[in-house]
Design a protein around this ligand. Structure first.
Ligand code: HEM
Length: 428
C-alpha cells in the first residue's frame, strides 16, 4: 500500500499547525503543488495528519468510512462546550442525533418560519436609511445572533434588549476563549482570555438553566422534554447552539453572497435570483462552494485504514479542507469561477459533493434551518434593494479562519428598490 506523500515530521519540532492556521489556503495549495496531488500528509496539532482536498477523498472519509474515522473527544470544542454531539462517537452520537434532529426538521422547523421572517424584516428594513455604507459582515452577524437567541432561548432583541445584549456579550467572550490558548490562569487584576471565557460560560449556563426550568414554549421547551442521555445534555447543547459559531457562519455566507452579486454589472443576476427561487438556490450553492464558512473538519483513524488508496495508520489525524474539495477540477470545471449554471448542467444533482455543511452521517443537523434562513434573507435583500461596494475599490482578500470573510470588513451601500414606487404613492 502506498505511503501518503509528504512528511509527517518529528514530534513538536516538525509541527506545522502555526503555518496551517496562519493561512490554510496557501498552506494546502503549496503542499498540493509540492506533492503533485490533492491528498498528502503533514503534522497538525502534533499528530501525523492526512490532508484531504479531493471530492473522492472527502466522500470516502465522511461517508463510506465514517465508522473508521472518528471525532476527536479531546478537541478544544469539548473544553468549551462540554460533551456535546460534536465530539462524541458511536451509539451515543447516534442517539443524540436522533433526538436533536427532530427539533430541526418537520413541524418544529415549520413553526419557526414566521419568526425567521420577522428577524429579516427587523434587521434589514433600514439598510438604506442612514445613506451611509454598511459593514455587511456586522449587519449579518447581528441578524444571525437575533435568530439564534430568539429561536433557541426565546430571547427577542425587541422585547428584552438588556438581556439580549448581556447574552450577546457573554457569547463573544466565550468565543474569544475558544480561539485563545487553553491556559486556565487567573491572577488578581489579570485574567487570560481562556479563563474569562470560562467565566462567561458559567454565566451563560446559569441563564440557560433558568430558561430550561421556566420556559415551556418553543425550542427550549421541546429540548427540555427530549430523551437525552443525562441532565446536563440539554444545557450543554443550548450553549453550543447559541454560541457565536452559527451567527458567524451565517454572516460569512451572506457577506460572500452580497459581494458576488453587488454592483450594476450583476443587476440582471439579482433580478433573476429574486424572481426564480431555483436560480437563487444555484447561486447559493455556488457561494458556498467558493467561500465555505468553515475550512473543514477533523477526524482520527480508529484503526489502520486507507484513504484515496494511501495507508493511514491508526491514531493518525485526518482533515478535510472544504476550500480544496470544492475546487477539485475532477468534479468542478473551471473551479475558481462563479458559475451558478453549473448546478443545472454538468453538476446537476451533485450537491452532496459539497461539504460546507459536512457530509455523510455526521453532517450538520442545522443545514435545513440554515437553508431556510439564508434564502429568506437573500430574498428580502433581492426584493427590496440594489447594492454595490462603497467605496467601489476595496481589498477583498479573504481570510479563512475562524470563518471565511474578507480580512478587511467590506462596506456596501444599499438603495431601496421600492423607493420610487412609495415616493410616487406619497404624492398621489
Ligand atoms: C451557515 C450555517 C452553518 C454551517 C456552515 C455549518 C457547518 C457545519 C459543518 C461543516 C459541520 C460538520 C463538521 C465536521 O465534519 O466535523 C456541522 C456539524 C454540525 N452542525 Fe452545523 N453549520 C451551520 C449551522 C448550524 C445550525 C443552525 C445548527 C443548529 C443549531 C448546527 C448544528 C450542527 C451540529 C450539532 C453539528 C454536529 C453534527 C454531528 O457531529 O453529528 N449547525 N455544521
Amino acid at each position: 500500500m502506498s505511503k501518503l506523500p509528504g512528511n509527517a515530521g518529528l514530534s513538536l519540532l516538525g509541527d506545522k499547525s502555526l503555518d496551517f492556521y496562519r493561512d490554510p489556503v496557501s498552506f494546502y495549495r503549496q503542499k498540493m503543488d509540492k506533492h503533485g496531488g490533492r491528498v498528502f500528509q503533514s503534522r497538525l496539532l502534533n499528530r501525523p495528519t492526512a490532508f484531504i482536498c479531493s471530492v473522492e477523498g472527502m466522500r470516502e472519509l465522511l461517508s463510506e468510512k465514517s465508522n473508521l474515522f472518528l471525532k476527536d473527544p479531546t478537541d478544544l470544542m469539548t473544553n468549551m462546550y462540554g460533551d456535546t454531539i460534536v465530539t462524541t462517537n458511536g451509539e451515543e452520537a447516534c442517539l443524540l442525533r436522533l433526538s436533536l434532529t427532530s427539533l430541526f426538521t418537520g413541524r418544529c422547523l415549520e413553526s419557526q418560519r414566521d419568526f425567521i421572517s420577522s428577524v429579516c424584516e427587523r434587521c434589514l428594513k433600514d439598510l438604506s436609511l442612514s445613506g451611509q455604507p454598511e459593514c455587511v459582515y456586522s449587519v449579518f452577524k447581528r441578524l444571525g445572533t437575533e435568530l439564534v437567541l430568539g429561536l433557541f432561548l426565546n430571547v427577542r432583541a425587541e422585547e428584552q434588549p438588556e438581556l439580549f445584549q448581556e447574552i450577546m456579550q457573554l457569547c463573544t467572550q466565550h468565543w474569544h476563549g475558544l480561539i485563545s490558548a487553553p491556559v486556565n490562569v487567573k491572577v488578581p487584576l489579570w485574567s487570560s482570555g481562556f479563563s474569562t471565557a470560562l467565566e462567561a460560560r458559567d454565566k451563560l449556563m446559569d441563564i440557560i438553566k433558568d430558561k430550561l426550568e421556566n420556559d415551556k414554549e418553543g425550542f427550549v421547551g421541546s429540548l427540555g422534554s427530549l430523551p437525552l442521555p443525562d441532565s446536563s445534555a440539554a444545557s450543554q447543547h443550548l450553549l453550543l447552539f447559541i454560541s457565536a459559531l452559527i451567527p458567524k457562519a451565517v454572516a460569512s455566507l451572506l457577506t460572500s453572497f452580497t459581494l458576488v452579486l453587488g454592483g450594476n454589472e450583476q443587476e440582471e443576476t439579482r433580478r433573476r435570483a429574486g424572481e426564480d427561487p431555483d436560480y437563487l438556490h444555484r447561486v447559493l450553492l455556488e457561494v458556498q462552494r467558493l467561500w465555505p464558512p468553515f475550512i473543514g473538519g477533523r477526524r482520527i483513524a480508529d484503526q489502520d485504514s486507507t484513504l484515496a488508496g494511501f495507508h493511514v495508520p491508526k491514531g493518525n489525524g485526518v482533515i478535510y479542507i472544504s476550500h480544496g474539495v470544492h475546487r477539485d477540477p475532477e468534479v468542478f470545471e473551471e473551479p475558481d469561477n462563479f458559475q451558478p449554471e453549473r448546478w443545472r448542467g454538468r453538476n446537476a444533482g451533485q450537491e452532496h459533493l459539497l461539504c460546507s455543511f459536512g457530509s455523510g452521517p455526521r453532517s450538520c443537523i442545522g443545514s435545513k434551518l440554515a437553508d431556510i434562513f439564508l434564502k429568506d434573507v437573500c430574498m428580502y435583500l433581492l426584493k427590496h434593494y440594489d447594492w454595490c461596494l462603497d467605496p467601489p475599490s476595496q481589498d477583498l482578500e479573504y481570510k479563512w479562519l475562524p470563518v471565511s470573510r474578507p480580512a478587511d470588513p467590506p462596506t456596501v451601500s444599499f438603495t431601496r428598490l421600492d423607493q420610487t414606487r412609495s415616493d410616487e404613492s406619497d404624492t398621489s
